[in-house]
Design a protein around this ligand. Structure first.
Ligand SMILES: Nc1ncnc2c1ncn2[C@@H]1O[C@H](COP(=O)(O)OP(=O)(O)OP(=O)(O)O)[C@@H](O)[C@H]1O
Ligand SMILES: [Mg+2]
Length: 314
């Protein structure tokens, strides 16, 4: 479909509010991709089962799209809503989070960062260094103790609940380690959901047929055209993550935040997902900020940010 994205911008479904202060392990707050980063897996398709199907050769960082079973993306044009190349889509200034219970933990301290359109940035650091906490704040899922986040020109702390919900739906996509697909919806319905919400709320003008067509295009683009009617439990872990990525791209967001998206996948399947993220980044211009322990993903990034003890290492 030609102009599916003319009005489109993003994938995340309606969030319920900025961080309740419960931390990155908070339970999912909304029906779409705007869910808590460390929530429990929602189904057997979360990557650990024997059905996890390899999606590509895995070893080669330059594995081709064809070799990873990923389809063409011609039907999924870059959103005209995306800002021009080089535009800063995400900015954090003096960002900090101290958890107060059960003991005080200064999880993130004085972080400054900015991500421009089209960048593929890896966020690395030892376990416990604050990566998930940082991503949760950047995505408006967790209220910072200090500092501010500006997403596509909207200062999250000052935004009304409505504005926050809109900017998260229209400008952000989320992909987490466990896929958070809704168990009772098919793959196609899961991908379409953020678009349905955006249309219903009037954030994006798009009729139901166009929403469905775009969801179908995206599923095809991630190589799952033949799995439209599968429920999450009927998908392999790698397939479920590809559905999650398609959902994250539904509204053509300026930025995708991903928290260990390959952490639950075998090496080959993880490589397939990386190929896909790289390709979506290249072809659709979305910026990606990906927290990862995966050295290969780090290698593929255009820039690497490192957190140590909650602080950005230089
Ligand atoms: N909800 C919470 N309440 C209290 N402390 C928390 C909460 N969530 C995280 N923490 C603490 O904050 C610190 C940073 O945790 P975070 O999950 O951000 O680390 P991470 O870098 O994502 O680690 P990993 O690589 O293991 O996922 C940890 O020391 C953790 O114990
Ligand atoms: Mg983490």
């Amino acid at each position: 479909m030609n102009n599916a994205n003319a009005d489109a911008s993003v994938p995340s479904a309606a969030p319920t509010g900025p961080g309740s202060g419960t931390g990155p392990s908070a339970a999912p707050t909304g029906p779409g991709s705007g869910t808590g980063p460390s929530a429990a897996p929602t189904g057997p398709g979360s990557g650990t089962g024997p059905s996890a199907a390899p999606t590509g050769p895995g070893n080669s960082p330059k594995a081709s799209a064809a070799s990873t079973g990923v389809g063409a993306t011609q039907g999924v044009p870059i959103s005209p809503a995306l800002p021009a190349d080089g535009t800063v889509v995400l900015k954090a200034e003096g960002l900090g989070k101290t958890f107060t219970a059960p003991v005080p933990v200064p999880a993130v301290r004085g972080v400054n960062l900015s991500i421009a359109r089209g960048e593929l940035v890896a966020l690395v650091g030892p376990s416990g260094s604050g990566k998930s906490t940082l991503l949760a704040m950047l995505g408006g899922l967790l209220r910072p103790s200090a500092g501010e986040v500006t997403l596509c020109g909207t200062a999250l702390a000052k935004a009304s609940d409505d504005d926050l919900a809109r900017v998260r739906n229209v400008s952000l996509g989320f992909v987490f380690q466990f896929h958070h697909l809704l168990a009772e919806l098919t793959a196609l319905e899961n991908v379409a959901l953020p678009g349905i919400i955006a249309a219903r709320e009037g954030w994006i003008t798009r009729d139901p047929a166009a929403v469905e067509a775009r969801a179908r295009d995206l599923l095809g683009a991630v190589g799952l055209g033949s799995r439209e009617d599968h429920l999450p439990a009927q998908l392999s872990g790698g397939e479920a993550q590809r559905v999650t990525l398609a959902r994250a791209l539904m509204n053509g967001p300026a930025l995708v935040l991903a928290d260990e998206p390959t952490g639950n996948l075998d090496r080959v399947t993880a490589a397939g997902l990386m190929d896909l993220m790289e390709r979506m980044n290249r072809e659709q211009g979305q910026a990606f900020l990906v927290a990862t322990h995966n050295a290969e993903l780090e290698q593929r990034a255009s820039r690497v940010l490192k957190l140590v003890g909650g602080e950005m290492a230089t």
